[in-house]
Write a protein that binds this ligand. Structure first.
Ligand SMILES: [Zn+2]
Length: 245
């Protein structure tokens, strides 16, 4: 069966009004904190209170936004084509649009983990309270960290992501949405991947070579969703490749 894999980044959720690392403006949460302090695996314990304040505010902001047409489009692909959704986003907007089994390679904002014992649990959109939010397994508090992959932290789900991308064949379709290529080498992924590839970004990114992609669509993710749907649907419904000897 022909496969459709969607690899998404912050651009898809920026259209829902969620601040991203790249959001400009003083009102952006990212502008109010130093990412080297609040998202840095090497020193997060040193800035423990600040880390939790930042992530509590991110969860609070997440509760106030809603999925946009691009999230719902990916969910419709899941229903029509059993699309495999892989995202670098830590928000839960795909799930709130109805998605199942999303591979969050950078973790999830609504989840916490414990570095003392390895426990993981859901915190929803609530503010972290060290008196209340101790690890449910070991009762510790100093090892409690947002279950999000920080800068300089290994991403344990990358292996699974690479395995799924490597399994794509010429007959399959890869859709990359809202990803600048700053974290994942998406141009290299498109170049190596034999599947027909589509890139959907707001605009050309200075550091991103779009040439390896078979199709490139520019525009706000939510606005170009119908165009993207028509293209992906056409590719998914085209006649299959004949087996060759
Ligand atoms: Zn624990």
């Amino acid at each position: 069966m022909r496969k459709l894999v969607v690899l998404s980044g912050s651009g898809i959720s920026a259209d829902s009004g969620l601040d991203t690392f790249r959001t400009s403006g003083d009102r952006s949460l990212w502008a109010q904190y130093d990412a080297d302090q609040v998202c840095n695996f090497d020193c997060w314990e040193e800035y423990f209170d600040l880390v939790h304040e930042f992530y509590s505010r991110r969860r609070e902001q997440l509760a106030e936004v809603a999925p946009n047409p691009a999230h719902f489009l990916a969910v419709s692909w899941q229903k029509r084509f059993a699309a495999d959704l892989i995202t670098q986003n830590v928000d839960d907007l795909f799930e709130r649009a109805g998605a199942q089994d999303v591979l969050h390679v950078h973790g999830r904002l609504t989840s916490m983990c414990c570095f003392e014992c390895g426990a993981q649990w859901d915190i929803g959109y609530s503010k972290f309270d060290p008196a209340r939010d101790r690890c449910p397994q070991c009762q510790g508090v100093h090892g409690v960290k947002p279950n999000v992959v920080f800068f300089r932290e290994p991403a344990p789900l990358y292996g699974e992501m690479w395995r799924r991308l490597a399994a794509l064949t010429r007959d399959d379709v890869l859709v990359v949405i809202g990803t600048s290529g700053a974290v994942l080498p998406i141009a290299e992924i498109a170049r190596r991947c034999p599947a027909t590839s589509i890139l959907s970004n707001l605009e050309s990114e200075p550091g991103l070579n779009e040439q390896p992609f078979d199709h490139v669509l520019h525009g706000r993710a939510a606005e170009i969703a119908p165009q993207l749907d028509a293209l992906a649907t056409r590719l998914m419904e085209r006649p299959g490749l004949k087996a060759t000897i």
